[in-house]
Design a protein around this ligand. Sequence first.
Ligand code: MLT
Length: 282
Amino acid sequence: MEIQRIKNSEWTVLLPLNTISISHGQRQIFDKGDGKVLLFVHGFPLDHRMWRGQLEEFSQKFRVIAPDLCGFGSSDSVTNDAVLSMKQFSDELVEILDALDIDEPVCLIGLSMGGYIAGQFLRDHPEKLWSLVLCDTRSESDSEVAKDNRYKTARVVLEAGSSSLAEVMGTKLFAPQTPACILEEVKTMIADASPAGIAAAARGMAEREAFTDELKSIAVPTLVMAGEYDSISPPDEMRTMAEQVPDSEFVEISNAGHMSPLENPQEFNATLRTFLQRVEMG
Ligand code: MLT
């Protein structure tokens, strides 16, 4: 199996990783497999490596695309005062698909911030989806307190660097029993994100609109997954969200927190596999 070391971290990831150019710079993309397209969209402040338990397995049957969004992983970043809105990220996904000559609908699989971006994608490009997977995410916008915290995060990270956020965020993301080595992996990913990218995405999330009203209009099969111990997007809230989507199912992933694909990849993958089989059989 081929591996490649990314930046100076201890991480290794599966090839193939490509660098493509879009209108606002270069993006690193994992792109492997043939068939219908699965587009994995990472959470904040992570990158495609958070899907390491999924990419190889699903590329056996599908074409799997997992970008590092602007400002994250090994992709280009922005200036310190920028805002990266969910619309900009959603448009970036369309540009990435165009650059890869993908014009058929995709299954978008978004975790947390990736789910907020999915909400925007649904609004702007519903015809580009054949199905949707919302993981550990929310359809509501931020409270005023949460917004203030985002702006504070932006200031702190620009002053103290990305690793400062790794220390603060790290433990909130996991189930109590999740092994410390997974926490270390996530801290590495956060440290590898650019401070300007983190600040810009934090501001973008603060300003994002809710997509709760649009849930009832989702016209594609939708899987909603939440880690049993997710304290950021709690399972009860996600279940309620799923109930509003016409063709949807909700699954709680056991022994997992906010990072369910990393914490319990076996259960996460089995759930995703079953959903995709059902949808493909139509
Ligand atoms: C994420 O995982 O993307 C973040 O927890 C999103 C957020 O801070 O709302």
